[in-house]
Design a binder for this molecule. Structure first.
Ligand code: AMP
Ligand code: ZN
Length: 428
């Protein structure tokens, strides 16, 4: 039933494995110039770790630390032992790099294969990876996992929808990895070409790499007549393969034999109470080249209570609610883009793309939500469109407490990239 024995560990077994691996990780990390210094300053060493709870005594690591250590400041091995580099997709600030040894790549591919298997992918599946390759981990990361599982794996890469559909059809592709915003764009592309997305042989779509709501998942499942599973990861923790949904689709199991996750209040940096939302902070337990201790991901989520029907006790993370740094303050009100998305994607007249635009004129802030409307709806009369505009504005006001200006646009009229979607344009 499970691909790896680690999936079936009990809570006690997970705890003792975590204790042992956390000790090894701290000992190893101390060899790097960065952790050597910070652990020394904190006056803590591997000998002080006697349970996973002792993690709270270790210092936190931030994105800024990674930037300052760029390129080689966090290594615990010689550069000759490294075989791969990836980078985070952030568009601002100076770069950060993640470096892997052979063993690290092997561990990562195994974790990834385990995730795919948990979502129901089998060696007999034909797998198309429709995300960008290159420095982004969603390319090679997912690729080697699917190969390791034994799937015929097609490195289609991002974009070029015409070629994607040809490959999907010619090779009878049954599973695909696709970024959710691109999945919706791709479905519209197919429909415009007269192809029903549901007619493709896909049975499983793995969607992730960017925040998305349950409403988007349902849309993708309905459009392609497939199951869609949420895939979470970040380059700092290898890339994809950190937490993934099982076939129950009720939260993402986080592999606790490979990571320790904490959820902290981003202001006080203390653990939140059970089940509360906070910032996910993660520690690698099985990485040699560049272990990270208590890395602040900025991603906001919570642990889901209770047991999963699949039998795995690895704790489940709720869908990522957003990032602590993507909260918008509009007219003094705190708003997360996901709140807007949830309202929009719950309305059948709304198409797959939207954009939040913030502008300022003197002291006045303008908050506009641009929404693509489905083709069926767009041809209707002006009165209906004005009515829809008002309905969207009022539903948004109910959710976020302020009323945006709603602009309806035709399908395909908002910018759509091949990679992670840009949902907010802040021009203030
Ligand atoms: P990168 O390291 O550039 O691939 O970016 C990783 C970031 O992408 C994470 O920290 C999250 O903010 C976001 N991300 C990845 N997977 C998901 C997901 N399934 N749901 C929401 N956000 C995600
Ligand atoms: Zn499960």
């Amino acid at each position: 039933m499970f691909l790896h024995a680690e999936e079936g560990l009990s809570r006690d077994e997970i705890r003792s494995l975590q204790t042992q691996r956390l000790r090894e990780t701290v000992a190893r990390a101390a060899r790097s110039p960065f952790y050597g210094k910070v652990l020394d300053e904190a006056g803590i060493s591997a000998d002080d770790i006697s349970s996973p709870n002792d993690i709270a005594r270790l210092p936190l690591t931030t994105k800024q630390d990674l930037r300052e250590c760029y390129p080689y400041g966090m290594l615990t091995v010689e550069v000759d032992e490294l075989v791969r580099l990836h980078a985070s997709s952030g568009t601002t600030g100076s770069p950060t790099a993640v470096l892997y040894t052979h063993k690290d790549l092997d561990t990562w591919a195994s974790l990834m294969a385990r995730c795919l298997h948990m979502a129901g992918v089998r060696p007999s599946d034909i797998f198309q990876n429709m995300s960008g390759y290159g420095l982004f981990t969603g390319g090679l990361g997912i690729h080697y996992g699917a190969e390791k599982l034994g799937c015929l794996t097609i490195p289609a890469g991002a974009g070029n929808s015409r070629r994607q559909v040809k490959l999907l059809r010619d090779f009878n592709v049954t599973c695909a990895h696709i970024i959710p915003s691109y999945a919706l764009y791709f479905a519209e592309f197919l429909q415009a070409e007269g192809i029903d997305p549901a007619s493709l042989p896909l049975r499983i779509a793995l969607i992730g790499a960017e925040p998305h709501t349950e409403e988007i998942r349902r849309r993708i499942e309905d459009l392609f007549a497939c199951k869609a599973y949420n895939s979470y990861g970040l380059s700092e923790m290898n890339g994809p393969g950190v937490a993934f949904e099982c076939e129950e689709q009720c939260g993402m199991h986080l592999w606790e034999d490979a990571y320790i996750a904490e959820i902290l209040n981003p202001e006080t940096l203390e653990p939140v109470s059970e089940g509360e939302i906070g910032e996910l902070v993660m520690t690698t337990l099985s990485r040699d080249g560049m272990p990270l201790i208590r890395y602040r991901t900025r991603d906001l989520t919570r642990f889901l209570p209770g047991e999963c029907a699949c039998g795995r006790v690895h704790r489940r993370l709720d869908r990522i609610a957003g990032r602590s740094d993507d909260m918008l303050i509009i007219k003094g009100v705190n708003i997360y883009p996901m709140q807007v998305e949830q309202v929009l994607m719950g309305m059948s007249e709304v198409g797959g793309n939207y954009l939040i635009e913030l502008t300022r004129q003197g002291t006045r802030e303008d908050f506009t939500v641009k929404v693509e409307i489905t083709d069926d709806y767009f041809v209707e009369d002006m009165r209906a469109l004005t009515g829809l505009q008002k309905r969207i504005a009022s539903r948004l006001r109910d959710e976020i407490l302020i009323t945006p200006r709603v602009e309806l646009v035709q399908r395909g009229h908002l910018p759509a990239g091949e990679g992670k979607a840009q949902r907010v344009r802040d021009l203030r």
